[in-house]
Ligand binder design. Structure first.
Ligand code: BG6
Length: 473
């Protein structure tokens, strides 16, 4: 037996990247809806350019239609079941449940939608893995309160979680509080609905917002455990260890600092206290972060049950950074020993094993790999079939590295959900042509296409991987 017998194989999606139908059934708008494809996207994601509505003459907004999962979820889940999925990771669009975010009562149509998605999963024995927020924050909470910079969002999030926990009791067992919580430090509009004001201390705003999300995450953990002791709650981080560029102590020190920067919020969610190195850096940078005694108590008492992560690439740190390469949202120093994807993300299966070990050594909590995969251009042949051997190669090597981490290193891993198991809109670029799926969706960057679904070569490959519990790669 290579993986644990109850290993949760599956795939992952996020509401804003696949659902579409953003004006349907009373749904409100969110930050993720108004991020267009094209040259201004990055500045908006970074919170440097204020853009809280639509300008259809100037921009195209891929989230408006996504891949129409909102109407096609039955067909999609059936395809997941055909591959043998044991779990399906999806996220709740907050503004479907609370259109403005600060209402007292939820929108029944939004709740009913997810309920039928979960029931559809259950029909096939698929365990839903639910991200409570995957980068989305209702626009009203940004306009009225300034997004997560405002402490009041903790209360609104609490109401959301109370509602979800009660309504989906018995239907959902695995919960993630915030997708890639560390992204708030890199992409604050996307991660926390933050638009910076001229002249303000951006670091202070980011860490204050992160603190609010951390407290909200503890509140969610508390609620979910109270409502159903069977619930398992995880944090989620964009992982990928930093290597020192060279063995010179300055590079090693730089790598240590970068790794801490990446892990700092997870340190709090897993251990329940702010690490000294982070508190010291607040002091040194003169950041005044409001942390109450009650917050400290909540963080301490309600730590997570498991650590979930996305892994796409390792990273490199260098005291005097030289050549850079692209990565998941932010750049890192280029590693001369690695090849890269068409988008410049460096490919490093052994780095995956290393990262899994780092996390398990540090936290001694089970891990759940909830994102991994290769974003690539797929070219269907005349019959419409995609022979994505490059994707199979990437995934086989990564799953093999994960198996080594489990089998040879003793890292406890609960499951693996590949990212974008069905093609969906890219979070970083807004493109459709950056595809991760086992299922091809006929749609292009401009929104043209029939949205027809078809099985790629990797679909049949992944089915065998699951059938053999990771033996046949
Ligand atoms: C993660 C996100 O950062 O990476 C996903 O959680 C995202 O939402 C994924 O889609 C891949 O990134 P991209 O930019 O290729 O879509």
């Amino acid at each position: 037996m290579s993986f644990r017998e109850d290993f949760l194989w599956g795939g992952a999606t996020a509401a804003n990247q696949c659902e579409g139908s953003i004006f349907e059934d009373g749904r409100g708008l969110a930050n993720v809806d108004v991020v267009p494809i094209g040259k201004d996207r990055l500045q908006i994601i970074l919170g440097k350019k204020k853009h809280l509505g639509f300008d259809d003459d100037l921009y195209f907004y891929p989230a408006k239609t996504g891949i129409d999962f909102y109407h096609r979820y039955k067909e999609d889940i059936q395809l997941f079941a055909e591959m043998g999925f044991k779990t399906f990771r999806l996220s709740i669009a907050w503004s479907r449940i609370f259109p403005k975010g600060d209402e007292a009562l939820p929108n029944e149509k939004g709740l009913a939608f997810y309920e039928s998605v979960f029931l559809e999963c259950k029909k096939y024995g698929i365990e839903p893995l639910v991200t409570i927020t995957h980068f989305d924050c209702p626009i009203h909470l940004i306009e009225e309160y300034g997004g997560w910079r405002n402490r009041e969002l903790i209360g609104f999030y609490e109401t959301l979680v109370q509602t979800l926990a009660k309504r989906y009791k018995g239907l959902v067992k695995y919960w993630l509080t915030f997708n890639e919580i560390n992204m708030i430090l890199h992409a604050p509009f996307m991660g926390a609905g933050i638009v910076f004001e001229r002249g303000e201390n951006e670091e202070e705003v980011k860490y204050q917002a992160a603190h609010h999300e951390l407290v909200a995450s503890s509140v969610a953990t508390k609620i979910l455990h109270e409502v159903d002791p069977e619930n398992k709650v995880g944090c989620m981080m964009a992982a990928g260890d930093y290597y020192p560029y060279a063995c010179k102590p300055e590079d090693v020190f730089e790598a240590m600092k970068e790794n801490r920067h990446n892990l700092s919020l997870i340190d709090i969610q897993a251990r329940g206290v702010y690490p000294n190195y982070l508190l010291k850096s607040f002091e040194q940078k003169g950041l005044n972060i409001q942390i109450t005694e009650e917050d400290k108590e909540l963080l301490k008492s309600h730590t997570v049950d498991f650590i979930s992560l996305s892994y796409y690439a390792s990273r490199v740190a260098q005291a005097n950074a030289s050549e850079m390469t692209a990565g998941n949202v932010f750049e890192s120093v280029k590693n001369p020993y690695l090849e890269a994807s068409e988008w410049g993300w460096q490919i490093d299966p052994l780095g995956f094993r290393i990262t899994l070990n780092t996390l398990y050594d540090r936290y001694q909590l089970p891990l759940f790999v909830v994102e991994n995969g290769l974003g690539a251009v797929d070219q269907p042949d005349e019959a419409g079939f995609v022979k994505d051997d490059y994707r199979i190669d990437y995934m086989a090597k990564h799953i093999s590295a994960m198996r080594d981490a489990f089998e040879l290193d003793g890292v406890d891993i609960l499951g693996y959900t590949s990212w974008g198991c069905i093609d969906l809109v890219s979070a970083g670029t807004g493109e459709m042509k950056k595809r991760y799926g086992f299922i091809y969706v006929d749609r292009d960057n401009e929104g043209n296409g029939t949205l027809k679904r078809s099985r790629k070569k990797s679909f049949y490959w992944y089915k065998k991987v699951i059938e053999s519990n990771g033996e046949i790669l």
